[in-house]
Design a protein around this ligand. Structure first.
Ligand code: SF4
Length: 489
């Protein structure tokens, strides 16, 4: 049977569908937990959508046959709104979020709930699949809607679903897709008849519209310095052209294909096996820094459903900072940190703490400063009493990533990236994220909820908090050490 989620994978990449159906063993635990995060967020939004239909009745059942029977029963009983109606035959399985009978015509409208703030093409395909499945199985469908999150919603008190969500009529756009989706359903069934894993080129579809969880599997045959590592990425046309010629390694890329500065720098570093360093440009770049130097990093959590007043959907809650201070070139390194220990709006506490340590003079240093500056801008809007402090912090913020992004220091092992995770092990081999239990921002973000989850034991919470502090601390210590290396150049 082809389920709705199978079919959506097919529309992204037919190999994705095949692997999803037959090789679940290849999905890493990290990919599984990232998927779970997305699903959990979806369920939360869905619960608010149900509140828009107070008289709705659920047809949900774990057992497919039971869910189908319940749906039929509710339809027969002329129930007006049904949650999680399910249909299935030997060919397809489909569970909608909400269907509602339009009294005059007796047709059913489908409402698909999405946690995004905009309707996307994939949502239309999703609804086209549902319409085809329901119509093939005894329900006449009328209008089609996407219920998504209103990005402009600002929380003030309890959440009103009517303000938090918006309903978008997409009937005409979906109707235009029905024929194609019908043909694609047939094609998807054919792919599933294949005994062997299909061959598909790694292109844009691997990350769009969703990150494919089989990326590691599909990339395992790639050489160390592959054409996919080019900084800034190659266009689909150029990638296809290289792949058609059997070119997979950077060293074999003909001249004229890559034209951007950082991409060319990376290619030269790979081909010459030399490190490229423009020490004059680095000196010039760093000349604006003034002591004391404040190395700052935030950790954030941005839920679809705002947790506190004053937040919009997906707006970042800054729950943690790490701050290293170097008051003069020879001064001892100081370190300060904050981690909010309960689920409450941490902004006042965090800023109260940070403003004690950051003085009126000196440069603030972060990696990819637009992130920290964006957080500061949002906090400034919520906490007017800290507006001057946050403005001054942003005015003095320097982005250490620029030396790498601008291609002043290029090492082939950065793999064309300027991310701190790639730069640190090359520049400062003694420091590594690999030794930490938390190794990336997504896990740190998720951990904040866990640290305050009453279902989790104290020992686990303490360990988690320690891991979070260690992770954030390494982000700022890494900047301190990388700057030292750059200065010596
Ligand atoms: S990684 Fe890319 S090519 Fe491989 S299955 Fe996923 S989408 Fe298809």
């Amino acid at each position: 049977m082809l389920t709705k989620s199978d079919f959506l994978k097919y529309t992204q990449c037919y190999k994705y569908l095949w692997l999803h159906k037959y090789r679940q063993d290849l999905v890493s635990p990290e990919a599984k937990s990232a998927l779970k995060r997305i699903f959990d967020e979806g369920y939360e939004v869905e619960n608010y959508a149900y509140k828009l239909f107070p008289a709705g009745v659920s047809a949900y059942d774990k057992d497919i046959a039971e869910a189908v029977a319940k749906t039929k029963k509710l339809v027969k009983a002329r129930q007006k709104t049904i949650f999680q109606p399910t249909i299935s035959n030997w060919k397809v399985f489909c569970r909608a979020d909400i269907i509602r009978r339009y009294t005059k015509s007796g047709n059913w409208d489908i409402y698909e709930v999405k946690s995004s703030t905009q309707v996307k093409d994939i949502h239309l395909i999703d609804l086209a699949f549902q319409k085809i499945c329901f119509e093939e199985n005894w329900l006449k469908i009328g209008k089609l809607y996407v219920i998504c999150v209103n990005g402009e919603f600002l929380r003030r008190g309890p959440i009103d679903p009517k303000k938090f969500l918006k309903i978008v009529d997409v009937t005409r756009a979906v109707e235009a897709l029905i024929k194609k989706v019908g043909l694609d359903i047939e094609m998807a069934h054919k792919i599933l008849e294949n005994k062997n894993e299909p061959e598909v080129k790694i292109l844009k579809q691997c990350h769009s519209p969703y990150d494919c969880e089989f990326s590691d599997h599909c990339r395992k045959h790639l050489p160390k310095d592959s054409i996919y590592g080019i900084a800034g990425g190659l266009s689909t046309e150029k990638l296809e052209m290289l792949l058609d010629q059997g070119i997979l390694e950077i060293k074999d890329i003909p001249e004229g294909i890559v034209t951007n500065k950082s991409g060319l720098g990376y290619i030269n570093a790979v081909k010459s096996k030399k490190v490229f360093i423009d020490s004059l440009a680095i000196k010039e770049e760093l000349s604006s820094l003034e002591y004391p130097l404040y190395f700052l990093d935030y950790e954030t959590f941005g839920p679809a459903v705002p947790l506190f007043d004053g937040y919009k959907p997906y707006q970042r809650i800054v729950f943690q900072y790490s701050l290293h201070i170097k008051r003069s070139p020879d001064a001892l390194l100081e370190h300060y940190q904050y981690l909010c220990a309960s689920i409450k709006d941490p902004t006042s506490e965090l800023l109260g703490s940070l403003s004690k340590f950051v003085g009126e003079k000196g440069s603030l240093i972060s990696w990819n400063k637009s992130f920290e500056m964006g957080c500061n801008k949002e906090m400034r809007e919520r906490k007017k009493q800290h507006a001057l402090f946050l403005k001054s912090v942003n005015d003095r913020m320097y982005d250490l990533m620029q030396c790498f992004k601008k291609g002043y220091y290029v090492h082939k092992d950065f793999k064309g990236s300027a991310s701190i995770k790639r730069v640190l092990p090359v520049m400062v081999p003694k420091l590594s994220y690999k030794d930490l239990n938390i190794q990336e921002g997504g896990t740190a973000s998720e951990s904040w909820l866990k640290v305050n989850d009453p279902k989790i034991g104290q020992k686990e919470k303490d360990d988690l908090a320690k891991d979070m502090l260690a992770y954030c601390r390494l982000d700022t210590l890494a900047m301190v050490e990388i700057l030292e290396v750059l200065k010596k150049l």
